[in-house]
Write a protein that binds this ligand. Sequence first.
Ligand code: SAH
Length: 396
Amino acid sequence: MDQNAALPVLRLRKGKEESLERFHPWVFSGAVLELPEEVREGDLVRVITFGGDNVGVGHYQIGSIAVRMLEFGEEHLPADFFWQRIGEAWKLREALGLIRPDNNCFRLVHGEGDFLPGLVVDIYDGTAVVQAHSPGMHFCRMEIAEALTRLPGIRSVYYKSDTTLPFKADLHPVNDYIAGSFRSSVATENGLQFNIDWLRGQKTGFFVDQRDNRRLLEQLASGREVLNMFCYTGGFSVYALRGGAKRVDSVDSSGKAIALTDANVELNFPGCDRHRSFATDAFKYLDDMKPGEYDLIILDPPAFAKHRGALKNGLMGYRRLNAKAFEKIRKGGILFTFSCSQVVTKEMFRLQVFSAAAQSRRKVRILHQLTQPADHPVNIYHPEGEYLKGLVLYVE
Ligand code: SAH
């Protein structure tokens, strides 16, 4: 990044600086008045108000979000911008006690929550897996990789293209190691081992965001018969087994996910006879199973509402799914139920679960209200960053 070059200037429409004055990191396309013709998607721009006051610097892109702000109050970024921000993110994870020999798996950069809009970095032992959700971050990937390899223990960087980016012209998808050659793919979370397939897996290969919630599950699993629905790589299953569950059944519609779950159970509990897995549809499994078969059920589905337009159907999906669990869970059972849809608020989710509970006419109490862990921080000026919500319920 050349710190001396003056950046192209994007002028806002009158009054459109209001949310930026409150440090919200997005400029919406409707707020843009003028932009030099030569500006390309992914370029750095300097944002100014209608009256010409400086707002800050961000990455320009085409779409409803026109700029993702990287810095407020400055006219350019420092040469070591990525190293500064990534170094700060590392210090925070250190302060949170997440970097330990028995825990080498965590999220290092959570987009806006780490003041790096559009960037996600997950650490799996010595490998950093990077995903850019904006063209600007995509073009900065080598600078990001350089900063990451300066961190203690990071020996390689794998870059995984977000397939929803507008790949065209000079924006090509990249799925490859962009630094280093370290190839271990086993990471340790709270002393448990997981095979992580960042090449073929969903997102960066593992759902790091459920770490604290898995730990809570472990504490409640002793002697219980557990159903882990939407198991993916089997995170909740492995924790339940360590917690002393009598039996754990894992369900996922993807055969690949089931193979990963089986491998992770075997890695931690070789020859374990308390675990079974089923590659089938969750709704069908719940319909077919006998009432009272399980006294601990986990429902961690994919986002049912990926955007605002899908909200109504998404909410109905959560209600239907939870209703089936309330209908079948054993008396005295515990239900862990989640939603990771960003457009579904805590209140909306709770209302669906409430409706599902009422439909079953059972006594239901809330034991815990869950969210994303501290390595997925929410920038207070960007409430959209809060996406994971969960309830732990006691069902009689
Ligand atoms: N609980 C997991 C993450 C779940 S991701 C963890 O802690 O790691 C969502 C999973 O749901 C994916 O693995 C996907 O294959 C699976 N899935 C999606 N639709 C499904 C369906 N209808 N029935 C069962 N599994 C489904």
